[in-house]
Design a protein around this ligand. Structure first.
Ligand code: PLP
Length: 409
């Protein structure tokens, strides 16, 4: 029966304006090219390429053997929430009680819970851009209005206090911060966050979502801070989001968590109880092992990303028309490609924007990147360097060739 209806007839207004994730779509296009026999290298992944650490996998196996295979408390087991509370205290000096902690099916669900629990139609969420693709769409699904604030490369792609002040209206419900940032790798330190906290203190109705999922993937140049750590007075209206996906190479386990005001946890628990219920019991057991076990695996992985970042930057330095900042965290490069606009590629494609550039690069060199437009930041592309060194090297060399072959201005 579904097939006889056009999508327009069955889809809700809520979903109609929502885009499929462009990072997923770009990866799918590269897979299709590969299946068609093309020699492609996809720099589109947002998933660490390491296996989940062995002690974590063992803990999960043990949980299965022990029969820890039933529903848990909707918020997560008390044991896991204790480990999450200990993590927040250890890493950020923030003390959360157990009823201020909640585990969900990925950080994505935490964000979804937070938005759905608080946004009324038309409420605004301030989102500094470049931003992760999903924030505007999650806000949209909650019938809120994303207010995109473009941040300049010259300010390290970081939101400035004056920009925040200007973006605030009586309808502002949320500020969404992502630190380190996907896609730019920008890291907000304590001194970056201080002026933003001062603005927020003057606007007591605004809630703050601090998505720190890349916290552990940093390169020693700047230490990421989180809002509540910088300004404890904002604790009663901040959701501190984190999870296991990126730090512990656990994207498939689907385990994210947050610290948040008790009242909001209660509401998000209600919502989660009517949607997914608790996160997987096996994922929770794995997360417990990740958070309480040895942490040297985390630094080892971050070190490997750093080496690959430097490898890529070293080659791309020679690509004319590609302007790349050195990211302080996460595992992406986010170069400007504006210098290529209005020029013609080696195979005669006129490059007008980042979407066209990404398409030409895929067609002519088999290299997959995600257009900056997907991150609300046209004029750039995002390249992920979580891929084996040889492929990364080859992809970067092909990119240099692509840019060298472009007609001069
Ligand atoms: N937040 C950001 C900024 C991300 O890039 C991602 C994943 O790509 C997530 C959240 C989602 O993480 P999870 O796998 O925990 O849902």
């Amino acid at each position: 029966a579904m097939q006889s209806h056009h999508a327009r007839d069955i889809v809700s207004r809520r979903l109609a304006g929502i885009n499929p994730s462009e990072t997923v779509a770009a990866a799918a296009r590269m897979s299709a090219m590969k299946a068609a026999g093309r020699d492609v290298i996809a720099l589109t992944s947002g998933s660490p390429d390491f296996d989940t650490p062995e002690h974590v996998r063992q803990a999960a196996t043990l949980a299965i053997e022990r029969g820890e295979t039933r529903y848990t408390d909707v918020k997560g087991t008390a044991e896991l929430r204790r480990a999450i509370a200990a993590k927040f205290e250890r890493d950020s000096g923030i003390r959360y009680e157990l009823d201020e902690i909640m585990a969900s099916t990925g950080a994505k669900q935490v964000i979804y819970n937070a938005m759905l629990a608080t946004i009324n139609p038309g409420d605004e969420a301030i989102i500094p851009a470049p931003c992760w693709v999903s924030y505007p769409d999650i806000v949209g699904l909650a019938e809120g209005k994303p207010v995109i604030v473009p941040c300049k490369a010259e300010s390290g792609f970081k939101l400035q206090a004056a920009q925040l002040e200007v973006a605030i209206t009586p309808k502002t419900r949320w500020l969404i911060l992502n630190n380190p940032c996907n896609p730019t790798g920008a890291v907000y330190t304590k001194s970056d966050l201080r002026p933003l906290c001062d603005v927020l203190l003057r606007h007591p109705d605004i809630l703050i979502l601090c998505d720190d999922i890349y916290e552990k993937i940093v390169y020693g140049t700047a230490k990421p801070a989180t809002i509540v750590e910088v300004e404890p007075k904002l604790k009663d209206r901040t959701v501190t989001v984190n999870g296991c996906s990126k730090a512990y190479a656990m994207t498939g386990w689907r385990l994210g968590f947050c610290g948040a005001p008790r009242e909001l946890i209660t509401e998000m628990t209600k919502l989660q109880g009517q949607s997914t219920s608790p996160a997987s019991s096996i994922g929770q057991a794995a997360a417990l092992a990740a958070l309480t076990g040895p942490q040297d695996v985390v630094t080892m992985m971050a070190q490997s990303y750093k080496e690959r970042r430097d490898l890529a930057l070293d080659i791309l330095r020679n690509a004319p028309g590609l302007d790349c900042r050195v990211p302080d965290g996460a595992f992406y490069l986010f170069p400007s490609v504006r210098a290529c606009f209005g020029r013609t590629s080696g195979k005669g494609r006129q490059i007008e924007d980042d979407i066209g550039l990404a398409a030409a690069l895929a067609e002519e060199e088999g290299v997959g990147v995600v257009c900056g437009t997907a991150f609300l930041s046209p004029g750039h592309v995002r390249m992920s360097y979580v891929i084996d060194r040889e492929s990364l090297q080859e992809a970067c060399r092909r990119m240099v060739r692509f840019f060298e072959r472009m007609t001069p201005r």
